[in-house]
Design a protein around this ligand. Structure first.
Ligand code: MG
Length: 444
């Protein structure tokens, strides 16, 4: 049941990422396209975010796919969840050129399966093998693939979200949207407008140099959004990362909503509507578990990484379990009745629905959640495996969860220590009911 993490050479948790021209070249992306085309065949959808390197890299991946005989539908610039939605059941797979939240000099490739989920570890290892030991050869002239440009398909994604909610449910609500000059410029303002909201935008023109803020929607980068929310009297502000699979919020007072609390608020709403399980990684704050248990739901923990959450949700549902909701404590929320991947546009729309149906202000709803304190830290060491083994011994009297690294569970708090698979560091997260309690945990 529990997904296992595999060590990959090229692909990380969310695809291949690197600095353009250094780690990530058109040649590498061409090879990825050839490998994907060889593995999947058929008709493949491609898309990209707004990065300056996107155009050259999407041409490289398309060239690889066409050369190996695949037909290609180029969906143009769009959020990753929009491409995933379009692929689901309609294409034989997909490739998204994006580096998500990374700075402008980065880019990457995310591979999407025919069911709209990101490619899992086992298939990715097969793809890597093809990339490192290429055994494909270009098709002869009569079998080269065809390409269609279809940027208009994004409309289907917008409509799917709008139709998920009662007609014009947001007609009393003003929202400020900060798509961060990314692909959600084309989707989230449109979705919320069609839900009846009055929408103001900030960083709403697509620009791969990201002149307004970096693609990571950090509290520091969202100061302009917070000011505009307060000065315009908006109900909330919403900001996306560089490919809009995540959404974070600013409340009506201009305060950043910590992402675990955002998750808890949406989980509370989803669990109020329907009973079942909520799926999240072991790194998510206990506030989520507390809120859902109050609503009579259960929680299933997975290793860290949205793909493990999405695939666990899907397999639970396939086995007849009611899966209500899932996601991570970083603004990446998964709505299983919509699709099995993180979706920033859907998250923004759901927030409109929550505020419209409760009639409450966002700060009131957030302040009503149980108070928690979370400390995150990392330590440079090449002895990660040794540290984890020692922790298991030192804390053997405690309750331990070994889903991903070592999680030490206490009554009102937990500590998680994980060794990075790609860097010589260990990551530590402590979650407690007060800040002091968490520090005592670290001192132990
Ligand atoms: Mg992202």
């Amino acid at each position: 049941m529990q997904p296992t993490k595999f060590q990959k050479r090229l692909f990380g948790t969310n695809g291949v990422r690197g600095i353009v021209g250094k780690d990530l070249t058109p040649e590498l992306v061409l090879t990825i396209g050839e490998a994907l085309g060889t593995m999947r065949r058929g008709c493949i959808a491609v898309g990209r975010d707004t990065r300056t390197s996107g155009e050259t890299l999407v041409k490289a991946v398309k060239s690889g796919l066409l050369a190996t005989g695949c037909d290609v539908v180029d969906c143009g610039i769009l959020p990753t969840p929009a491409l995933q939605y379009l692929i689901k059941g309609q294409f034989d797979g997909g490739a998204m050129i994006t580096a998500s939240h990374n700075p402008p000099e980065y880019n990457g490739v995310k591979i999407i399966e025919a069911d709209g989920t990101e490619m899992g570890d086992e298939e990715t290892l097969k793809l890597e093998q093809l990339i490192f030991e290429p055994s494909f050869s270009p098709q002869s002239w009569e079998y080269i693939g065809h390409e269609i440009n279809a940027p208009y398909l994004t409309r289907k994604y917008i409509q799917a979200i709008v139709h998920h909610f009662p007609d014009r449910i947001g007609s009393e609500i003003t929202v400020v949207v900060d798509p961060g000059s990314g692909p959600a410029c084309l989707t989230t303002p449109q979705i919320l407008t069609e839900m009846g909201c009055r929408v103001l935008t900030l960083n709403g023109v697509m620009d791969g140099t990201f002149p307004g803020r970096l693609p990571e929607p950090s509290p520091e980068g969202l100061k302009g959004l917070a000011e505009l929310v307060v000065s315009s009297g908006a109900a909330f502000g919403v900001a996306h990362d560089g490919d809009a699979d995540r959404a974070v919020f600013i409340d009506e007072k201009g305060q950043f909503v910590e992402e675990n609390r955002e998750f808890a608020l949406v989980a509370q709403h989803m669990c109020h509507q329907k009973k079942g399980t909520v799926v999240t990684p072991v790194s998510t704050s206990l506030v989520v578990e507390m809120v859902m248990k109050n609503e009579g739901c259960t929680i299933t923990y997975t290793p860290v990484g949205s793909i493990y959450v999405a695939r666990t949700m899907r397999s639970l549902r396939e086995n007849g379990n009611e899966v209500v909701f899932g996601g991570e404590g970083n603004g990446g929320l998964i709505f299983p009745d919509h699709q099995f991947c993180r979706d920033g546009g859907m998250t923004a729309a759901m927030m409109v629905f929550i505020l419209a149906s409760t009639g409450q202000q966002l700060s009131t709803l957030i302040n009503a959640l149980p108070k928690r304190s979370m400390i995150k830290d990392k330590i440079s060491t090449s002895l990660g495996t040794h540290v984890l083994e020692s922790l298991k011994e030192v804390y053997s009297q405690d309750s331990l969860d070994l889903t991903d690294g070592v999680k030490i569970l206490r009554r009102d708090s937990w500590a998680l220590v994980r060794a990075s698979g790609t860097e010589p560091i260990i990551r530590i997260i402590v979650d407690a009911d007060t800040h002091n309690h968490g520090q005592v945990f670290i001192m132990n």
